[in-house]
Design a protein around this ligand. Sequence first.
Ligand code: DAH
Length: 347
Amino acid sequence: MAEEENVLAELDGIRRAGLDALSSVQDEAGLQAWRTTHLGRSSPVMLVFTRLGQISKEMRPAVGQKANQVKQALEAALEERGEFVRTASLRQKLDTERLDITLPGRRNPLGRIHPASQALAEIVHIFEEMGFQEYRSPEVETEEFNFELLNIPEHHPARDMWDTFHTTVPGTVLRTHTSPGQIHAMREMCPRPIRVILPGMVYRYEQTNASHEAQFNQVELLAVGKNITMGDMKGTIEGFARRMFGEHVRVRMRPSYFPFTEPSGDIVMECFVCGSKGCPVCKYSGWLEIAGCGMVHPIVLQNGGYDPTIYSGFAAGLGPERIALLKYQVNDIRYFFQNDIRFLEQF
Ligand code: DAH
């Protein structure tokens, strides 16, 4: 009998201890911990239930009932304390975290056209005003179009001028220049006169540096007709440079070599980046090559379907990124394709 009375007194103690501990719980984590200690599987009140079997038959209902009451009282107290803790934390949040609805909203950033595309569009626009028509040709070419038809035979040392990306399809390459477009244009338009520009991306398997990238744009220029002379070529290119850079720009043409033109030249402009003093962009020469040019080689005219004894033509290949470097005074061509927003946002 004494043992049973002890259990009843013990249960009162368990209730008191539980309620005492609960009154100092302040947050969600404390509630969880309290639940484990005071209502969990091995909490004092739950252990009383496991001991019921050792209690005499007569007293067992009384002890069981009391244990249930204690358990329910603790559960109800937990519920109440939980409510209190959650309300308090909400009130504290409302007091400390203020929402200032007068702050201006954040704008969605607006995209813009990539500077290389802007330069390309501007160049194309100038030539269109001069009567040239835009023409597109493929970026993946056969070696025949990229080289042979442009008078660069297989195994000829002139092929070394272009470090080429070959594709997995034999005889197929990423075009190293826009010049194969000349053949496509001529074959489509022969025997009509031609004034076209061919803009687009070209690819070189190259070591990159301040003025060389492995991919860049080119704009190919092609005029074919009767009585087209080098004077026409010089006038066209100088006219372009003046529209692009201003009336007083200094441009010069110097002799060069390309297999698909004869004679060939380079068009060089004074280096705006350093004011012709010499810098990494112009390789310390004060001049920057912006285009190759020349009179279309008779073999190339023939490959395009034009009789070179009747027709002549000039061609040029311009580098829009080079031109953008000059125009915006950027000192490294690699910025264009690094995709750094801080650079791109300036245009
Ligand atoms: N295709 C040449 C290159 O990528 C550039 C070029 C030079 C194009 C002279 C021409 C030209 O049309 O006449 O290096």
